[in-house]
Design a protein around this ligand. Structure first.
Ligand code: FSX
Ligand code: SF4
Ligand code: SF4
Length: 297
C-alpha cells in the first residue's frame, strides 16, 4: 500500500456575517471526529484538504490569503467552497472583507464569495444564515445581508449549491453531505428539495417525528414549558420546520430541543427568525389539524 494514491479534495471555508456557531457545531462532530474528517482519510483514499478556515487555521495575514488565492487559481473548478454566515452587500466591504486588492483596498466579502463561488466545483451554504439569510438578515437588516442563493441569483452564478440550514446546523448534516459527495459525487437534483436542502436530512417536518406528537393528536397542550404535553401553544415551530432533530438527536444522540422541555424555535426553517416571530407565541398560520404549511420567503 506504500504508493497508494490518495485523492485530495481542496476546501475553502469562508465566514461572512456569522456567530461562528456553525464552525463550533461541526468541530464537535463525534462520529467521525473532526480529526478523522480533516487529518485522516475520511473515506478511504480520499482526503479533505482544508486550505482556509479562519477559526482553526494557525496562520494569519498575507500568508493565508496567498493560500486562499493559490487554491482558487490552481484548483479552479476542483475545490469545494463552504460559506458560513449571510453575505453583507452594503457598504463595499465595511461589514466584512477578506484580504486586499493589489491597490491595498479590502476585498468585500460579497465580491469574494461571488468570485470563489463562480469557480468552485460546488458550494455548501452552511447554516441558516448562509442558506436563507437568518439572523444577520433579520429586520431592519442594516448591512443588507442576503443568502448565498440570493447572491448567486443576482450575480448569475450557477455553480451547484447545497444548503445545510440550522442555527447551528447538526454536525452530521454537514459531515454526511461531504462524505456523500466524496463517495458518489455531487448530489442529483432529486436528492435535494426546491430549497437545495438534502432530502435525507430535511425531507420531513420536526412535527412528523416529535416525541410529543401523541399529545398534539390528543389536543393536550402544555401551558408552561415544564409541563408534559405538546408545546404548540407555547410557540413550537415543529409544524413548519423541516429537519430530522427528533430522530437524529443532538450531542451524539443525547437529547433535542423538544425532548428537553424547550420548543423547536425553527432554527433550520427558511423563515427564521423574521417570518416565524414572535418565536415564543403560537404560530398563527398553522391551522389545526393541518400541518406542514411552508413559510414562504
Ligand atoms: Fe451562528 Fe452560523 Fe446561526 Fe448563522 O450557524 S449558529 S448565526 S446559522 O451562520 O454561526
Ligand atoms: Fe412536537 Fe412541537 Fe409538533 Fe407539539 S407542535 S408535536 S411539541 S413538534
Ligand atoms: Fe433547530 Fe428545531 Fe432542530 Fe431545535 S429542533 S435544532 S430549534 S430545527
Amino acid at each position: 500500500m506504500a504508493n497508494r494514491k490518495v485523492e485530495e479534495y481542496p476546501v475553502i471555508w469562508l465566514q461572512a456575517a456569522t456567530c461562528t456557531g456553525c464552525s463550533v457545531s461541526v468541530l464537535n462532530t463525534v462520529s467521525p471526529t473532526i480529526k478523522n474528517v480533516l487529518v485522516d482519510e475520511v473515506i478511504p483514499g480520499k482526503h479533505v484538504n482544508l486550505r482556509f478556515q479562519a477559526t482553526v487555521m494557525a496562520g494569519a495575514g498575507e500568508l493565508v490569503i496567498k493560500e486562499l488565492e493559490d487554491t482558487w487559481h490552481k484548483k479552479k473548478g476542483g475545490y469545494v467552497l463552504v460559506v458560513e454566515g449571510a453575505i453583507p452587500t452594503k457598504g463595499n466591504g465595511v461589514y466584512g472583507s477578506i484580504g486586499e486588492h493589489k491597490d491595498g483596498k479590502p476585498v468585500p466579502i460579497d465580491v469574494r464569495v461571488e468570485a470563489l463561488g463562480r469557480d468552485a466545483l460546488a458550494v455548501i451554504a452552511l447554516g441558516t444564515c448562509a442558506s436563507f439569510g437568518g439572523i444577520p438578515a433579520a429586520k431592519p437588516n442594516p448591512s443588507q445581508c442576503v443568502s448565498i442563493m440570493q447572491l448567486f441569483k443576482s450575480k448569475r452564478v450557477t455553480t451547484p449549491l447545497i444548503n445545510i440550514p440550522g442555527c447551528p446546523p447538526h454536525p452530521d448534516w454537514f459531515v454526511s453531505t461531504v462524505a456523500s459527495v466524496l463517495i458518489g459525487g455531487l448530489p442529483k437534483a432529486s436528492d435535494l428539495d426546491e430549497l437545495h436542502r438534502p432530502k435525507a436530512f430535511y425531507g420531513q417536518l420536526i412535527h412528523e417525528n416529535c416525541s410529543r406528537r401523541a399529545y398534539y393528536d390528543e389536543q393536550k397542550f402544555a401551558k408552561k414549558l415544564s409541563d408534559p404535553g405538546c408545546l404548540y401553544e407555547l410557540g413550537c415551530k415543529g409544524p413548519v420546520t423541516h429537519a430530522d432533530c427528533a430522530v437524529r438527536l443532538w450531542n451524539h444522540g443525547v437529547n433535542w430541543c423538544v425532548a428537553c422541555g424547550g420548543i423547536c424555535i425553527g432554527c433550520a426553517c427558511e423563515g427564521f427568525p423574521d417570518l416565524i416571530s414572535p418565536i415564543y407565541q403560537k404560530t398563527p398560520d398553522v391551522k389545526l389539524p393541518n400541518i406542514g404549511q411552508k413559510v414562504v420567503q
